[in-house]
Write a protein that binds this ligand. Structure first.
Ligand code: URP
Ligand code: ZN
Ligand code: ZN
Length: 474
């Protein structure tokens, strides 16, 4: 009987710290050896000329999430994880959302039931706390954290999700006691409402109004407030989907005070601008809705600032914030109310399959970031931030055999017709990239190859996580 089930041979193995020519030996879905030569295997994959990366981990995606009356998210677990696998990912982290007035525990268990048996790759579920009642803070949330849902997101905007400052402080306090990781959507609710009303009164109701309604100062103010609350409670937090220089300044300022503030950005803030919401070059007045997401993409100067943040270490992770709605659909971007005002255009864009190629091409191929930094930003740090390390996020004995074989020289043009998500468009249509995932291996099985998803739905598991005892500060 051969020693290994699978050997990946002849590739260049890249981790967050090292780049080396090595073979990888896999047994029972785990990496058991990284060595100069591994020969005794039932099956061999030739990775000659390819990079062997830890599978991408996308720690911020929205899948099958309730999105308001008449609006339907374009992906279920099968389609989202299929697209993620084709794009070189082996684990994604969506959100179980607590509808206001409802039980967080029930919502989480119902959401998990949607995922079980329906995933191509592994999934670890964050929570969204929209209604921190005494029962939620006292029993439900501590219980769910103990069950393995060790991270949650809070929102400083959106009618159905916004928490006031006292609620944020109470939730932070609970997270500190239980050792949970908190993600913060930092945009100020009242400022956005003020701007939205004003723009509508002035007749600026098209998709570009979305960008005008959420200027950077709205994000900067909320980031500052979240940081101040985190300082008061003494809680490390993650500020997610940072879009530009002003929020970055707040994060740098917080760190200069010794605060443990982590930061996430997304490909849209590196490659798109607010001008995309003007729909230029299209006769369709709603075309800009394809780019409506929050915070909105900014301008090229802010793109440059975000790149600097990736280079200097300000950012810990790059996620997709995949939040897919179909465009040409009354349950999506072109819902009847959305045509009357940007206020009703569902926020979010698809990006689960394009995150890695866009960041690799614009980052590594363009010489802005190193290969090791790419791995850190797209896999290792996600695992470390959210309690999946050392199960996932690197290549070495004991890690899950989650690997992406990457051709750094392959040139492709991103086209909707080639993608696997449930949306009917991609914001990166026609975007040329250098560097492409050619094979995805999840827990030792080849699940995607050359744009075809070959793995079975159901191969992916829903993962539970644990809180380090030292993280609890009661
Ligand atoms: O526009 C966005 N980003 N929609 C997704 C929800 C969120 O705030 O992350
Ligand atoms: Zn958000
Ligand atoms: Zn999001």
């Amino acid at each position: 009987m051969p020693e290994f089930d699978l050997a990946v041979r002849g590739g260049t193995v890249v981790t967050a710290t090292d780049t080396l020519r090595a073979d990888i030996g896999i047994r029972a879905g785990r990496i058991v050896a990284v060595a100069e030569a591994i020969t005794d295997a039932s099956r061999t994959i030739d990775a000659g000329g390819l990079l062997v990366l830890p599978g991408g981990i996308d720690s911020h995606v929205h899948i099958a999430q309730a999105s308001g009356p008449g609006i339907v998210m374009a992906d279920d677990f099968a389609s989202a994880t299929r697209a993620a696998a084709a794009g070189g990912n082996t684990c994604v982290m969506p959100f179980a959302l607590q509808p206001r007035g409802a039980s967080l525990r029930e919502a989480t268990h119902a959401y998990r039931a949607l995922a079980e048996g329906q995933c191509h790759i592994d999934v670890a579920i964050h929570l969204i706390v929209s209604d921190p009642t005494p029962a939620v803070l006292g029993q439900e949330l501590p219980g769910l954290i103990a069950e393995g849902y060790t991270s949650f997101k809070v929102f400083m905007t959106y009618d159905d999700l916004v928490l006031n400052d006292r609620q944020i402080l109470d939730v932070f306090d609970l997270a500190r006691r239980e050792g949970a990781r908190v993600m913060v959507h930092a945009e100020g609710y009242d400022a956005i409402r003020y701007m939205t009303d004003k723009l509508e009164r002035a007749g600026q109701t098209g998709p570009y109004g979305h960008a005008l309604s959420r200027p950077q100062l709205v994000e900067r103010e909320a980031a500052h407030r979240a940081i101040s609350h985190a300082e008061l409670v003494d809680l490390p937090i993650v500020i997610v989907h940072v879009s530009g220089a002003e929020a970055m300044e707040q994060i740098a300022w917080a760190r200069s005070r010794g605060l443990d503030i982590r930061a996430e950005t997304c490909p849209q803030y590196l490659t798109l601008t607010a001008d995309h919401m003007k729909g230029l070059g299209s006769d369709d007045p709603m075309a800009g809705a394809k780019y409506v997401c929050s915070p909105p993409p900014r301008d090229v100067a802010n793109q440059a600032a975000i790149w600097r943040g990736l280079q200097t270490g300000l950012f810990d992770v790059v996620s997709s914030d995949h939040c897919p709605f179909r465009y040409d659909d009354p349950a999506g971007k072109l819902n009847p109310k959305g045509k009357t005002s940007f206020r009703w255009v569902p926020n979010g864009i698809p990006g689960i399959e394009t995150r890695l190629p866009v960041l690799f091409s614009e980052g590594v191929s363009a010489g802005r970031i190193s290969l090791n930094r790419f791995v850190e930003l797209t896999s290792t740090n996600h695992a470390k931030l959210y309690g999946l390390y050392p199960r996932k996020g690197s290549i070495g004995p004991g890690f899950d055999a989650d690997l992406t074989l990457w051709d750094p020289n392959r040139r492709e043009t991103i086209r909707q017709e080639h993608l696997h998500h449930g949306a009917d468009y991609t914001p990166w249509e026609g975007f040329a990239v250098t560097g492409w995932p050619v094979m995805t291996i999840a827990r030792g099985e080849v699940i995607a190859q050359d744009g075809r998803v070959t793995g079975a739905v159901g191969h992916g598991r829903v993962l539970d996580r644990t809180v380090e005892p030292a993280a609890r500060r009661r």
